[in-house]
Ligand binder design. Sequence first.
Ligand SMILES: [Zn+2]
Length: 115
Amino acid sequence: MQVTLRKITKTPLDFEIKSNEIAFKGYLEYHAGKLILLKADINGSVDTQCSTCGEDFDLKVKEKIEFFISDGLYDGDNIDIDVVESFNSAVDLDELLISEIELIKSDYHSCESCK
Ligand SMILES: [Zn+2]
């Protein structure tokens, strides 16, 4: 799902994406300047490998994400929230979800029997 950044207004734009066992649900809202706020929950489970024994297992995921998307290069002040720059004036929510899942998988995880 591609969203054109300039179409996002102060009225939150809700979205919900499902990918396999994962639900990605949240909204996009215009903040100020070039910045658009993205707030979402990631819920579900992902297949990953135990960092201890190497067995595949289902990892339960419950994450809240929040960051700004900048329409173009961000040259403003440092802010508390991460800023992700978009250079095609759009945000691809499916791609974003895939990269968040990869990020979660890259963390250290142990299966039930290794905990
Ligand atoms: Zn294990």
